[in-house]
Design a binder for this molecule. Structure first.
Ligand SMILES: O=C(O)c1ccccc1NCC(=O)[C@H](O)[C@H](O)COP(=O)(O)O
Length: 220
């Protein structure tokens, strides 16, 4: 039985959403910088939201194939604890970003079938943490945040030399089962705690975190 599971509430866009995540006991809060996303925030909004996050909760900026100018602008203005790379960033680019910004980097790896698992090993060499997510459907507008799960049994019994979190289609109802099946001790959720794309729901956030029991101390 898995216990002591940290949660990341991703795609927060309002002060109420941030407060709901913090009050529920989330270990991470995520801000999405991706224009096509219904969860996209601009830099000033993210700066204001981040200012409300107490110490001990990890503030994560999610970017997709961002160039240095974009990352410079975000990191200059927003007080952050981690960068999440959710595009097709190469291992070399992950290392470059780690060195340039001095922040821990979490690399998202998309999984559809067993062949995709090799990418986890590749990125475990360079990233500080991994986010193992469902691979977006071909032609999807968003590389993540699609509310889709992958076959969790693919991860059963596997271990990696880096901290990692599970994502993709998680909800208050399936979160504990997903953790038990995969061995994940960190879970990330976005759509599963929303009433509509981009609209977070405080009750669903509380239910998601509560479903996993007390939150352990932060890792980053
Ligand atoms: O959430 C988005 O809109 C998004 C946009 C572009 C890249 C990634 C995005 N989300 C990534 C996340 O970290 C999500 O929390 C993760 O994919 C799980 O999403 P969901 O299945 O909706 O819970």
């Amino acid at each position: 039985m898995t216990s002591a599971i940290r949660t990341k509430i991703c795609g927060l866009t309002t002060a109420d959403g941030v407060a709901a995540a913090v009050d529920a006991g989330a270990a991470y809060v995520g801000f999405v910088f991706f224009a096509k996303s219904p969860r996209n925030v601009d830099i000033e909004t993210a700066r204001n939201l981040a200012a409300d996050v107490p110490p001990g909760v990890c503030k994560v900026a999610l970017v997709v194939n961002a160039d240095d100018a974009t990352l410079d602008a975000i990191t200059d203005r927003v007080p952050l604890d981690m960068l999440q790379l959710h595009g097709s960033e190469t291992p070399e680019r992950v290392s470059e970003i780690k060195a340039r910004y001095g922040l821990p980097v979490m690399k998202a790896v998309g999984i559809r079938n067993a062949d995709d698992l090799t990418q986890i090993d590749v990125y475990a060499e360079v990233a500080d943490q991994l986010l193992i997510d469902a691979k977006a459907p071909k032609g999807a507008d968003l590389p993540g945040g699609n509310g889709l799960a992958f076959d969790w049994s693919l991860l059963s019994g596997r271990r990696w030399p880096r901290p990692w979190m599970l994502a993709g289609g998680l909800t208050p109802d399936n979160a504990m089962r997903a953790a038990n099946l995969t061995g994940a001790n960190q879970l990330d959720v976005s759509s599963g705690v929303e009433t509509a794309p981009g609209i977070k729901d405080a009750d669903k956030i509380a239910a998601f975190v509560a479903a996993l029991g007390p939150q352990p101390p932060k890792l980053f």
